[in-house]
Design a protein around this ligand. Structure first.
Ligand code: PLP
Length: 360
């Protein structure tokens, strides 16, 4: 068996210990004689899995009691509609558009009310986070929306926007559990789990409980009401059981690593290795303004698309996979989520140095 260093933006690398544990339990989970994949979501064994997963996540993020944790299906993209359907009481919301995912969320919200684009960084191909200290927040805005880490462009909000008292909703798909957050600063914090936490097919939404009501937009499907899932502890219908199980294991792994403070330290160390090299390289160039650099997604280019393609091909041959940039931007992108070991980043930089020598 040989495993590669997988720099995919998602679905992405998982901790090897977690995969091995899951493998050991694949045919017989804790003497149940069956796999978690084969287990009823109403069984005692699964009940323990989902309850422990929620408890461990609450511990890791210090989630206050007045927030519900929901394990939902439909991907992060379904939240682009669910958020306005549940929150747009005044039919007004303000969006900060810092990349494709924020743009998609903003476009989706326009179906349900007035979605204002109050700031954007599109003028410079989303290579920075705009100043959000004094935004034209709408007086009747139901919420202000951000995508906190922009997976495609490799930017991250280093400070939350000043929402002037309005509720903040954040998509944290690509920075989930990568560093500590103050949940109380958000109305909703949500993300697809397939980058930093588990397999694809699930979203975790952490929702302040006063926002969980029957007062949703007319026509909102039952499955798209937060209340439906909150009332049933994420078991209204059959959830993504196996995904919840793996996420639960990742939460335990994160606790063992020392929690989110320790992950932040480790992620900063990993990102620094790559950014320091990009700053000194004569061949490769980071594409993001320094102040906005993500710890999770690091895009870079040589400036020559043919050379970029050669790099991606040769890197793959050297066991460094999925370094091609997003199809909308080209170049390269290294996603270095929680589960990417430091040696993976060191190997990448070593390879980049060799490639630079051979191709400059
Ligand atoms: N939001 C962000 C920041 C993402 O990176 C992605 C996917 O890459 C999405 C949303 C969409 O996620 P999903 O494919 O789960 O709908």
């Amino acid at each position: 068996m040989s495993r590669v260093y997988n720099f995919s933006a998602g679905p992405a690398v998982l901790p090897e210990e977690v995969l091995k544990e899951a493998q050991a339990e694949m045919l017989d989970y804790k003497d149940t004689g069956m796999s978690v994949m084969e287990m009823s979501h109403r069984s005692k064994a699964f009940d323990q899995i989902i309850q422990e997963a929620e408890k461990d996540l609450r511990d890791l993020m210090h989630i206050p009691d007045n927030y519900k944790v929901l394990f939902l299906q439909g991907g992060a993209s379904l939240q682009f509609a669910m958020i306005p359907m549940n929150l747009m009481k005044n039919k007004v919301a303000d969006y900060i558009v810092t990349g494709q995912w924020a743009k998609k969320a903003w476009q989706e919200a326009q179906k349900y009310g007035k979605a204002n684009k109050i700031a954007t960084s599109e003028d410079k191909t989303f290579s920075y986070i705009p100043d959000c200290s004094d935004l034209p927040i709408s007086e009747d805005a139901d919420y202000v929306y951000i995508c906190e880490n922009n997976t495609i462009y490799g930017t991250k909000f280093k400070e939350l926007p000043n929402t002037k008292g309005k509720d903040l909703v954040a998509d944290v798909s690509s920075c989930f559990l990568s560093e500590p957050v103050d949940v109380s600063k958000y109305a909703i914090i949500y993300g697809g789990v397939q980058k930093n936490i588990g397999p694809a097919g699930m979203v975790i939404a952490i929702v302040r409980d006063d926002l969980i009501t029957d007062d949703v937009l007319p026509g909102t499907p039952t499955m798209m009401k937060y209340k439906t899932h909150a009332d049933a502890n994420s078991l209204y219908n059959t959830p993504n059981c196996y995904c919840i199980y793996i996420c639960g294991k990742v939460f335990k792994w994160l606790k063992k690593q020392g929690g989110l403070e320790a992950m932040k330290e480790r992620n900063e160390k990993k990102a620094k290795i790559l950014y320091d090299y990009l700053d000194e390289s004569k061949l490769f160039k980071g594409t993001v303004e320094k102040a906005s650099r993500s710890l999770m997604n690091v895009p870079f280019v040589t400036g020559d698309p043919d050379l970029d393609a050669k790099f991606v091909k040769e890197a793959k041959e050297a066991g460094l996979e999925n370094l091609k940039g997003h199809r909308t931007v080209g170049g390269m992108r290294a996603s270095i989520y929680n589960a990417m070991p430091i040696e993976g980043v060191e190997k990448l930089v070593e390879f980049m140095k060799k490639f630079e020598k051979e191709n400059l």
